[in-house]
Design a protein. Structure first.
Lengths: 406, 406
C-alpha cells in the first residue's frame, strides 16, 4: 500500500537538510535549513501536480482534489526540529503523508474527499515560543499578529524570519473549508509502545500543559568580599525552585511531568553573585486541574525561595493548552487500519503536544504513533526501527483512504 | 598633596568610556571600549612626559625617572571592568596613580627612585579567564602563550583581541628591573570599612582562592512523554550542587565564601530535559588548606548529585592562587601616611583578588582600600563617597612619595 524504498529515499534526502554530524537534525523553525527543506517539500508537491498554497504564517498546503464536493481530509505534520534534535520527530509525519499521496497518484486512485497535505510552521517552540503556532493560529486559538511579533533569542521576529526564507505567504491563516477530519503520524517520543511490544499507537488524547517563565532578581555583588549572610543570590533561589519542580511531579499525580528546560544567569561571571536568573517550567497532566494546581505550586515555591534568599520574582504563563480528547471515529479508523495490516496496536495518550491537538478544536482528529527506541527524542539519539516506520506509514495510508472515502 | 578637582575631571572622563545608562561601566578586557580608555591613558602618560612601554600582553607602563640609580616603585591598577560593573573598581587605582605623578610634576618634585605607573591587562577575569592575567604573567606565574591563547565566549583569543584594539605590544612581559615596592589603591568591595567607620584600609593580605568549572552530562529527552523516573537531568543535578555550594561556606570556616557565578544549560529548550550544564565555583579563604578542602567537597557533592540523578561530571580547576601576605614595611608606610593626613585607618584582609597579590611574589607590596557604600561592587550601584576617594588618593600619593624616597 506504500513504497517503502521511495519513503526511505525521501527520508534520507530530507534528513540531509540541516543534518548534524551525529545523524541528528538541527533545523530550527524558519531557519535557513527550514527554508531549504520547505523548498524541497514544495517541489515534491508540485511534482505530484498538487495545487500549493502558503499562508501568512508560512504553513504550506498541497491539495489533491476529490471526486465529490466534500470537505477535505487534512494530513501532515511539521518539518522544523529541536536544536540538535532527531530526524523522525515531525518529518516522519510529513513524509508518510507525502508517500500516501504519491501512492494514490501512482495507482491512479481517486478519493471521494479532497486530501490536503500540510507542513505546519514552528511546531517545536524551540526558536519561537510557544509551540504549535502554525496550527494554533490556523484554528483561531492564537492571534496572528502576536505570533508574527514573537522574537527569537537574537530579537528576530517570526515575520522577519518568514521574509528571510521567502515563506511569508499571502493566503489568510485558517481553513478556507473546515476539514472533515485530520490525521497525523508521529513518533511516540516516549517508551510505552516499546515496553508493550506494539508497533502502532492509536492516540486518543494529549496531556494538557502549561509553559511558565520565572525571573528571579537578586543583587549582583563580588564573590569574594561579600559575606555569605548579606547575599541575595538569584541562582541559589532558582536552584531551590528547580529542585522543587523536580519533586513536585510525583506528589501531584501519577501522570504529571514537570521540567525546567531553559535557565540563564545574569551577569554570568565567575566572580559575581548572580543578579538575575530566568528559567522556564513545563508542566503536563491529562487533568487540567492538576496542571493549574502545579502552576500554583510553582508560584508557592518561588515565593518561599525568594523569601529565604531576599530576592524577588515574576512568574508569567507563556502558554497553556488544555488536554485533548481525540475523535473516537478517527481512532477507530486507525485501529481498523492497523488490524487490517496485522500490526499490533494499542490505545494511548500522548505526553507531547502536537498540531493535531489544535486541529481537534476544529474537526475530528487523531494520531498514529510509532515506537521510539528507548523513548529517546529531542536529541540526536532519537531513533525508530525502519520496519516500524514502514508499518506506521502503511497504517497511515490506509486510514487516510478510509477517511477520504466518504 | 593632590588636586581633587583634576582627579574628579579625569574620573568623569574615563568613566564616560564604556559607560552604561545607569552610571556603571561595561568595559570588558580588550574590548573596543577598553581600547579607547587605553588610548586616553597613553595620551595622559605622554602629556606628562613619561616614557611609555606596552608589553606583549598589553600591560601599559609609564616611567618617571628618579634622581638615583635605584629600582622603581610600581603603582597602578586596572582599567577593565566587569559586565555592567562599576566605575570605581580598578579605575580609581589607575587614576590615583596618575594624579600622584601629575602632582609631582606640577610641583617639580623629584624622587630618588623612578616611579612606574601601570595599567594591567584583564584583571577582572570576566571576558577571559582567569583573573589577574596581566600581573600574573608579569611575575612569571602564568605562561604567556597559554594566556594569549585563552578564548572568550565567542572564541576570540586574547592575542586576537589585543591585535584588534592595537595593544599587542612588543616588550617582553616581565620587569626589566624588579621594582623595589608596589602599591595599589582599590575600593574595598566589601562592607567592613563602612561598618567600622574608617576611611582607609591598610590591606595586609588577600584570601586564597580557587576557580572551578564543572560540567554535568545527562540525557536530553522530551519534557512531555519522558516519565520522571527515567530522567537524567543535568540541571536537576546542578541545582543540587548549587545548593550544596551555598551551604558549604559556613560549615568550613568563618571566612570562607563560595559562589556559583556562571551557569549554562544545553540544549536550553523549554520542552527538552537538560542534557548538559556547565557552571563555575569560586571558593575563597585565608587558609589555603580550607580552600583545598572546599574543592574536595565540591567534588564530593558533584559525585553524590550525579549518583542520584544518573548523570556524569567533570571538574577542572581554572585557577588557584594561595593567600597573600603583604609586606609589613609597605603596610606600615600606608598607615603612617594615613596618620599623617588624619584619616582613620584599619588593618584588613581583602576578599577580592588583586594584581598586587601577584606583585607580592616579586617584591614588597601592599594595598590601600577605600570604603564601598553598602559593600556593593561588580554592579552598577558600586559607589564610593567622593571624600573617601580624595582621602584615599591623598594617602596613596603620600605613601608613594615615601616609598620612592629611598
Ligand atoms: N512533539 C513535540 O515535540 N511537540 C512540541 C511541543 C511539546 O512540547 O510537546
Ligand atoms: N578586585 C577584583 O574584582 N578582582 C577580580 C578577581 C577576583 O575575583 O577577586
Amino acid at each position: 500500500l506504500i513504497d517503502p524504498d521511495r519513503l526511505r529515499v525521501s527520508f534520507e534526502e530530507y534528513s540531509s537538510i540541516g543534518a548534524t554530524d551525529r545523524d541528528g537534525l538541527h533545523r530550527l523553525a524558519l531557519s535557513e535549513a527550514d527554508g531549504r527543506v520547505r523548498d524541497r517539500f514544495v517541489d515534491d508537491l508540485q511534482e505530484l501536480g498538487l495545487s500549493v498554497r502558503i499562508d501568512e504564517l508560512g504553513n504550506v498546503f498541497g491539495r489533491r482534489p476529490g471526486t465529490e464536493d466534500l470537505a477535505p481530509v487534512l494530513i501532515g505534520s511539521h518539518l522544523d526540529s529541536q536544536p540538535k534534535g532527531g530526524r523522525y520527530d515531525g518529518q516522519l509525519g510529513v513524509l508518510s503523508a507525502l508517500e500516501t499521496l504519491r501512492i494514490l497518484e501512482d495507482e491512479g486512485i481517486e478519493t471521494a474527499r479532497p486530501i490536503e497535505i500540510v507542513n505546519w510552521t514552528n511546531e517545536e517552540g524551540a526558536r519561537f515560543k510557544p509551540a504549535l503556532t502554525g496550527s494554533g493560529t490556523y484554528v483561531g486559538t492564537h492571534d496572528l499578529d502576536t505570533v508574527l511579533a514573537e522574537t527569537d533569542d537574537e530579537g528576530t521576529t517570526v515575520a522577519e524570519a518568514l521574509e528571510e526564507i521567502g515563506y511569508r505567504g499571502t493566503d489568510p491563516v485558517g481553513p478556507d473549508e473546515v476539514p472533515n477530519a485530520a490525521l497525523e503520524l508521529h513518533i511516540e517520543q516516549g517508551p510505552r509502545l516499546e515496553e508493550a511490544g506494539h508497533t502502532i499507537g492509536v492516540v486518543e488524547g494529549v496531556l494538557g500543559m502549561a509553559w511558565l517563565e520565572a525571573t528571579i532578581r537578586g543583587n549582583a555583588d563580588h564573590a569574594g568580599p561579600s559575606p555569605m549572610h548579606t547575599r541575595s543570590d538569584a541562582l541559589v533561589a532558582a536552584a531551590d525552585v528547580v529542585t522543587a519542580v523536580r519533586r513536585m511531579a510525583g506528589r501531584l499525580d501519577d501522570d504529571v511531568v514537570t521540567t525546567v528546560g531553559e535557565l540563564s544567569v545574569e551577569p554570568d561571571s565567575v566572580n559575581v553573585i548572580p543578579a538575575e536568573t530566568t528559567f522556564t517550567v513545563d508542566v503536563r497532566s491529562y487533568d487540567d486541574e492538576v496542571v493549574l494546581d502545579a502552576v500554583d505550586r510553582v508560584d508557592d515555591e518561588l515565593r518561599a525561595a525568594c523569601d529565604r534568599e531576599g530576592t524577588e520574582y515574576d512568574l508569567t504563563e507563556l502558554w497553556r493548552i488544555p488536554h485533548t480528547e481525540f475523535a473516537p471515529s478517527v481512532a477507530d479508523a486507525i485501529e481498523a487500519a492497523a488490524d487490517g495490516s496485522d500490526h499490533p496496536s494499542m490505545r494511548m495518550i500522548s505526553g507531547a503536544g502536537h498540531d493535531a491537538s489544535y486541529l481537534a478544536e476544529l474537526t475530528d482528529a487523531a494520531m498514529i504513533f510509532v515506537p521510539s527506541v528507548d523513548g529517546q527524542t529531542h536529541n540526536e539519539r532519537e531513533f525508530t526501527e525502519w520496519n516500524d516506520v514502514v508499518a506506521g506509514a502503511e497504517v497511515f495510508a490506509r486510514t487516510t483512504r478510509r477517511l477520504a472515502s466518504a
